[in-house]
Design a binder for this molecule. Sequence first.
Ligand SMILES: [Zn+2]
Length: 115
Amino acid sequence: METTVARKRLEEMRDDLDRSISILQGERPGPVAGEGYPQDSADAGSTLSEADRTEAILHSARNQRDEVLAALARIDNDTYGQCVGCGQEIPEGRLDARPDAARCVTCQSKYAKRR
Ligand SMILES: [Zn+2]
């Protein structure tokens, strides 16, 4: 994939994630979100799990954003498309599906297992 194309796709992903993150942060019930907050304590349980769910989505969106930013940095460093694990070229099809992919499939599965 051309790095100009990859950069454009990554910047769009970053912008989408920025939007999602700010929406999720707005939805997250906090000390300031007093209005519209359920008064009935029977709802407290479901509100908590909803907050946990939002937090989990927010967490993964932030991680994803880090991946995208790292991929943009690799374009700047001219190392985009190289696996950060073994240094081999990441197959075109994988980059097409995941422009922010940092590793080839082999290294990614090793990396995922290690965590
Ligand atoms: Zn690799």
